[in-house]
Structures are given as structure tokens and as C-alpha cells.
Design a protein around this ligand. Sequence first.
Ligand code: MTE
Ligand code: MO
Length: 354
Amino acid sequence: MTVEKLVEEQVQELDAQVQRESGRRSRRSFLTAAVAAAGGYGFYRWIDRSPGDQLIPRPLRKALNLNEAVTRTVFDERGLAPTYSLAKAEELRVNGIYGLKEELVPESYRLQMVGVEQANKFPQYVSDVTAWEYKYAAKKDEGGKDDAASGNHDTKVAPKTEGAATEGASAMKMSPAFEAAFADLKKSQGSKRPRGQEEAGESDNTLDAGTPGLLLKLEDVTRFEHRELVTQFKCIEGWSQVVHWGGVRLADLIAAYPPAKKADGSLPKYVYMETPDGDYYCGYDLNVCMHPQSLLVTEMMGRSLGQWHGAPLRLHMPIKYGYKQIKRIGLIAYTDMLPDDYWTKLGYDWYAGL
Ligand SMILES: Nc1nc2c(c(=O)[nH]1)N[C@H]1C(S)=C(S)[C@@H](COP(=O)(O)O)O[C@H]1N2
Ligand SMILES: [Mo]
């Protein structure tokens, strides 16, 4: 069976499940109805798609049962994080810019995908994803007028993080001279420069040269059904904010580019992601990536994502703490080994569940 056929069948099966769970209404009309019922916007009802097919190794609920006592108070009976009315949403602060310090040239963006089933059958297949060269814009003068006109709601000057002991704080303490020298060094090294140039150092999972995979363009990701979600974003430092997110389900991307099965027919357990420069990285359980509220975000608060919030693509996972919500995703790799994680290297919990 071809991958296309497999994916098509899985999508049909998922859609059939959705139909069963939401009565006669289609997925889209179900969402529209929910939006209309809430007065124009409001409580999005996320349809839990957790069929027993190969894409999901075990029902999500079972995985979340690990944390059942907590889960009961934080999630509803289907394991969904609470959603809020749009009126409660506010502009998210910027917190932590590892892997984002230079402005990525949008046309040079590619999402590397590694470990995909029959990857060489896809038109986006390349024999070495690490050979892709991301381009970074030259630093502009501070406070340049271009910024206001660009329509980017983030400033291009690195913002200050709030609080003295924030996770991102050490990144801000570099002297301007060091920053400048560091930027020059990185530029001269192009994409071949050393990876992991931040406090936690290089990831154990940084790809070896010659790793085959897919190089997806942003439109390969945004072609999936657009989803919106108003959820709480929680940072382990103790602050939280309600934010309006827009993007596509990570589950939809995974269904379209499914992981290669292992020799025994089972799926790899984990997903690993990192920024294009390899400076920030995160590991996830595959089934958490399949959660219907795990979103590949392209919009925040109704506008396209800004540089410091992880343009062009970041993750939102309302069932995990903020540090798992990687900004500027450069790589998504399926793996069966517990993937490395930036903050785990510095002593934080890998699971990071709420
Ligand atoms: N690339 C990258 N992603 C990242 C971080 C980072 O430093 N670099 N920080 C994480 C942490 S600790 C938090 S709380 C959130 C903050 O997201 P925000 O800056 O959009 O508020 O991003 C997460 N993802
Ligand atoms: Mo955080």
C-alpha cells in the first residue's frame, strides 16, 4: 500500500470518527455552530479524535491517566485543556529567545522532517536535510523605522524578558560587544556553524550530516484545516496568560507525513524538535503530539506570528508548560529514543505536564 493511500485511509477513518462523535454535523459545521452559539466567538469545542488505528499507539486518555489526580482538576473528561472566550485573550509577553536571536529570512524557511515513512516517495525528499542553508537578515539599526511599517507586531530589537530569574535572562546578559562578535561569527559560519551556542549547550540529538528526510515549505504545513484556540499559556516561572492561537493541528501534519514503523510494526514513541540553528530543542511523546489541542501556530491574537514569538512556525501545547512550546521550529524528527530537551539539560522535568 502506498503512503498516500495509507494516509488517505487514516484521514477517512479519523473523519468517520469525528462524524460519529459529533452527530450528523461535519467537522467544519460543528466548529461553526459552536462559534455561532457562543455569540460570534468563544468556546471552541475540540473534537477528540483518538481512534484505535496505528497513528495513535494508545488512547490519549490512558496516557494522561498517569497524572490522573491532577488531570481531573485541569482537564475535562476527554483530556482537553480548558478554552476561554476571545475577550479574555491578551498579547503574550516574550520570554526566552534561544534560537531566535537573528531574523530568519522567510523565503529561506524550511521545516525538516526526519523519520517519515517512505520519505523518499515524497517530492520534498532530500538525501541530506542538514545541508539546507537558512538565511539570516543582517542586523538593522536599533529602532529602525522599517519596523513599524513592516506590519510585524514584534519589535526586531531583542526585547527584555520580565523578572530577574527568568529562564531567558542569561541570554540577555551578553555584552553588546560579545553579541556583535557572536553574530559575525555565526554569519561567517552560515548553516555549518556549531550548534547549541546557548547555556544548555548542544543537543544530544542534533542530526548528523547526511541525514535524509523532507524539506517542507511553510505552505506544506498551512494547507491543513485552519484551527483556532483560546487557551491558557503557562510558564513554569509562575505566570500565565490566555492567548488566541491560530494554525494547524500537529496531528494533521503527522497524519500526512507519518512516522516510519519499526521492524515489529510499532511506531516510534517520541518526537524531537529544534530551532534551525539547533540552539533550542524539545522532546515530546508522540501521543501528546497527536492531542487535538497540540497546534502548529502561525498566528497569535489574529495576526501573523512575530519574530520573537517564533515566526514562521511555533508550537502551542496547552497540556504542557511553556518551555515545551518551541518557537521557530526547524526540525521535527520521529525517534524511539527519549529525545534531549533544552530545559531538561538544565534540571527541569522532561514531562513538563500541567
Ligand atoms: N526557540 C525557543 N522556543 C522557546 C523558548 C526559547 O527560549 N527559544 N522559550 C520557551 C519558554 S521557557 C517559554 S515560557 C515560551 C515563551 O513563549 P513566548 O515568548 O511566545 O511568550 O517559549 C518557549 N519556547
Ligand atoms: Mo517558560
